[in-house]
Structure formats: C-alpha cells, structure tokens
Design a binder for this molecule. Sequence first.
Ligand SMILES: CC(C)(COP(=O)(O)OP(=O)(O)OC[C@H]1O[C@@H](n2cnc3c(N)ncnc32)[C@H](O)[C@@H]1OP(=O)(O)O)[C@@H](O)C(=O)NCCC(=O)NCCS
Length: 172
Amino acid sequence: MATIRIIDAEEARAAVSDLNEILSDCINGGASVGFMLPFSASDATFYWREVADSVEGGVTILAVAEVEGRIVGTVQVGLASKPNQPHRGDLMKLLVHRSARGLGLSRLLMEAVELEAVRRGRSLLVLDTATGSDAEKIYPRFGWERVGVIPDYAMWPQGGFCGTTLFYKRLA
Ligand SMILES: CC(C)(COP(=O)(O)OP(=O)(O)OC[C@H]1O[C@@H](n2cnc3c(N)ncnc32)[C@H](O)[C@@H]1OP(=O)(O)O)[C@@H](O)C(=O)NCCC(=O)NCCS
C-alpha cells in the first residue's frame, strides 16, 4: 500500500538519502533527467539540498511516494515566478525507483502534485521529457497534451543526443 505526501523542506532534508537512491537508480537505468554517468551519491545530495531550499522558498512543490516506510518515488512542480505567469508551473523529475515500477505510483504522484498546484493557484502545467523514453508514453495517459519534439535537446546519461518532447496540461 502506497502513501503519497506533499512534503515540506524539513521532511525533504530528512528524505535526502532515499531521494538520492531514487535519482541514482533512474540515471543508472538510463533516464535522461539532467545528469550524466557516472553519477555519485554526493552529486545527488547537492541536488536534493537545493530542491529542499526551493521548497522552503515556496517555489517548488515536492511530492513523495512511500511503500513500507521507504520513499520510492517523487515528483516536483516548479512554480513559475515571472509576474506574467502566476498561473503556470513546470512539472519536473517524475522518478520511480525501478524496484517499485508498474504499481501505479507515478499516476498517484501526478494526481497529488496536480491537486496541490491547483491549491496554489496554478491552472497550467508544462513539462519536457526525453523522446523515446517510457515517460513519454505515460503522460498522454494522465491527460497531458503533446506539443512536439525538439531534436538533440539533451544527452542520454551514457552519452549521445536525445530529443525532448514537450507536453502541457490545463488544470481544473
Ligand atoms: C516513467 C515512470 C515515472 C513511470 O512510473 P511507474 O510508477 O512505473 O508508472 P505507473 O505504474 O504509475 O504507470 C502509469 C501508467 O503508465 C503505464 N506505463 C507504465 N510504464 C509504461 C511503459 N514503459 N510503457 C507504456 N506504458 C507504461 C501504466 O500502464 C499506467 O497506465 P494506466 O494508469 O493508464 O493503467 C518510471 O518509469 C520512471 O521513473 N522512469 C525513469 C525516470 C524518468 O524518465 N522520468 C521522467 C522524467 S520527465
């Protein structure tokens, strides 16, 4: 049975070890999520501390999925801060540990974070994800609209260019 929670900065700092493990597992599994191989735990620690700081600053929503007391999935929404985009957010880093995939956790995480985004006054979310990845296939199942592909946008963790596919979703 999974528990999905929106966490604050203190909880995020306490969760760094589990979050490191998830990020590292996804990158070592070939996900193009901002980092290259080899990817160390210390790289991950620096990253999650920055995320916790941005949660504290009120500019990031951070959700986690727990199974049997361990955090095995996570997702973020960055709240756009430009004065002309008070209604928009950037969905980022939907990550589920390989040991916990196929259980429906990403759907639950997305539902939770979208609800929280609405609560924070957001009515439009955007995201980009590696073209050809598993993640690209799932966003349409969650009601996201595919916009198009930018070729050679980033790199796979082991090297080589990958495109990015842009999506958006209007929230109720
Ligand atoms: C993408 C990812 C988050 C999916 O997590 P998950 O918890 O295994 O997904 P779920 O079990 O919630 O499945 C969600 C839906 O997608 C479908 N799905 C899951 N994996 C799929 C795949 N490889 N191909 C096609 N559909 C898939 C499921 O059937 C389910 O559909 P349904 O709810 O309509 O029945 C996970 O594979 C992952 O962490 N990948 C690496 C990181 C990454 O690339 N993240 C994206 C960053 S933008």
